[in-house]
Design a protein. Structure first.
Length: 152
């Protein structure tokens, strides 16, 4: 039952991320043809799209990590490699998040860094990774919505 729920949630996150990427691409292509209800997208700073792209990359890496956690007993080396990828993707936007959203930064890092540390261990605790992964994904999704709704 948990596997089915996990699979459904993973698919929903992947679809949401891909829909968001499509929306960003459409916004860029439409340029000045945006309707008035999309005018807020036009006034977004040049930093917000890169932050959104960065958040999408971190979330996509977390989803990849989720799929590996399910099979981690078979391939712990892959688990470590994807955890490093998550860390690299976070590093790309970390400074920007820390400077503009210090409270959110602190909140996200409370679960993200322990997740990365646990996943890189020689004998990772899969139950702990699962919980930290869930927490990190939830926090990043909430932060992504906040950034999308309140561009700075």
């Amino acid at each position: 039952m948990k596997t089915i729920l996990y699979l459904v949630l993973t698919i929903m996150v992947v679809v949401a991320v891909s829909l968001n990427n499509d929306g960003e691409n459409n916004t860029a292509q439409q340029g000045n043809e945006l309707s008035s209800n999309h005018s807020s997208v036009e006034v977004m700073s040049s930093e917000t799209p890169s932050l959104m792209n960065g958040l999408n990359q971190v979330l996509a890496s977390l989803n990849e990590l989720k799929s590996v956690v399910m099979k981690a007993t078979e391939n712990k080396k892959k688990l470590k490699g994807i955890a490093e990828k998550v860390g690299e993707n976070w590093d790309k936007i970390e400074k920007q998040v820390e400077e503009k959203y210090p409270d959110d930064y602190e909140n996200i890092e409370k679960s993200l860094y322990p997740l990365l540390a646990e996943a890189k261990k020689e004998q990772p605790n899969l139950a702990n990774i699962g919980q930290l992964l869930k927490d990190s994904t939830k926090k990043l999704e909430a932060f992504k919505k906040k950034v999308a709704n309140n561009p700075s």
